[in-house]
Ligand binder design. Structure first.
Ligand code: PMP
Ligand code: GLN
Length: 384
């Protein structure tokens, strides 16, 4: 009996493929995005404490009240609005679940969903599995900002949803106030929802501030804001995230969450609620990552690659088209096998696998590892 795949075009994600190759080759893994350092021991200790104290059974479906409240307070402090913890905040098992549940809550068969490319790989399958039709709009080639005219041209009466991601993976672009205003103008008087992937909300550079779509009074009424504690507190394996959305949208969101995972790991929710009492624990993150971005971007200037220092996220994009025309997958493989530094070929973030000769590095690593990787990348001319 053949299963008749619902996702015939989907294989193993590039993040898994490159991480596996990095491990086989003993390469420094700057491919898949995850921190190469541990979390704050205080947070680890809190998880230990809550597991030992018996917080190990199902929590409330929408998340424990303490954590929802802390998250609302964090949102008020950083984004100047206070979502109702009871009706507008839901704790889920990672941003991937938040994105999937939000898309599932609104997309019906035949609905069109605008995806800005390059796009994170989980968006399209979420749309397709719900019978939605992805409509792709490329970001501007120079800096990966949004081409608002192209977005407008892509809209139709069938457009149900626009997926947004800032700080952006893979480009590191951070939306400006003008971007947010342009989006607000575009969706005004249109029945279009927004899913805003803000997992890198606390990783911005050079004094830039992340502006959540939730902070815009008009957009807030149409947006599912999706976040990830894994990204913010260097614990990607914990798979815990959240969704903030208006109460009517949250009702529908929770119906999906309820039957997708039902609840999210209890002791970690208690630990995070206590940990979030001290705002400096997230307010200090930009400075922490800024020194890594500066170190990595500084070293990259000696490799011959061309790049604009990332404005946000923990990814640095670099282009090599002026040095060689080999495919980006081929280059990523050669770098991993011969230079022993793994990266991600950016063509995988495009639906048509368009290859503009960009590779992506994750610089969420210890300084010594970044120095070593930069040293090895000096050998780039030998493999091109
Ligand atoms: N969105 C983006 C842009 C990401 O880079 C990631 C990476 N992990 C996710 C969502 C998923 O987050 P989580 O691990 O919390 O599911
Ligand atoms: N978000 C991570 C990245 O972009 C990977 C997460 C995953 O492996 N799915 O590298």
């Amino acid at each position: 009996m053949a299963i008749g795949s619902k996702l015939p075009h989907v294989g193993t994600t590039i993040f898994t493929v490159m991480s596996r190759m990095a491990s086989e080759e003993g390469a420094i893994n700057l491919s898949q995005g995850f921190p190469g350092f541990g979390a704050d021991p205080v947070l680890l200790e809190l998880v230990g404490k809550y597991t030992r104290d018996g917080y190990n059974q199902y929590p409330p479906m929408s998340g424990i009240p303490q954590l929802r409240r802390r998250l609302a307070e964090k949102t008020e402090l950083t984004q100047i609005y206070f979502p109702d913890p009871e009706t507008e905040v839901t704790i889920v098992s990672g941003a991937t679940e938040a994105l999937f549940s939000a898309v599932t809550a609104v997309v019906r068969p035949g609905d069109e969903v605008v995806l800005l490319e390059p796009a994170y790989d989980s968006y399209e399958p979420a749309v397709t599995l719900n019978g939605g039709v992805p409509v792709y709009v490329p970001l501007n080639a120079e800096d990966f900002s949004v081409d608002w005219e192209r977005v407008e041209k892509a809209l139709s009466p069938k457009t149900r949803l626009i997926m947004v991601n800032s700080p952006h993976n893979p480009s590191g672009y951070v939306w400006t106030e003008e971007d947010i205003d342009s989006l607000a103008t575009l969706v005004r008087d249109r029945d279009i929802y927004l899913v805003s992937d803000e997992v890198y909300e606390h990783i911005t550079f050079d004094g830039r501030k992340h502006i959540s779509l939730g902070s815009h009074p008009e957009l807030r009424n149409k947006t599912f804001v999706c976040g990830s504690f894994g990204k913010t507190f260097h614990v990607t394996g914990w798979k815990i995230g959240y969704c903030i959305a208006p109460s009517d949208m949250t009702v529908e969101f929770r119906k999906i969450h309820q039957f997708l995972t039902f609840t999210t790991v209890t002791p970690i929710q208690y630990a995070l609620a206590e940990y979030l009492e001290e705002p400096n624990r997230y307010l200090s993150i930009p400075a922490f990552y800024q020194s890594k971005r500066d170190l990595f971007a500084g070293g990259l200037t000696r490799t011959g690659l061309i790049f604009t220092p990332a404005r946000g996220s923990f990814f640095q994009l670099a282009s090599y088209g002026h040095l060689s025309q080999i495919g980006d997958r081929e280059l990523a493989e050669r770098m991993t096998r011969r230079l022993k530094v793994a990266c991600i070929p950016v063509s995988v973030f495009y639906s048509d696998r368009r290859d503009d000769k960009f590779i992506r590095f994750c610089f969420a690593k210890e300084e010594a590892e970044l120095f070593e990787a930069l040293e090895r990348l000096q050998g780039l001319p030998e493999i091109l």
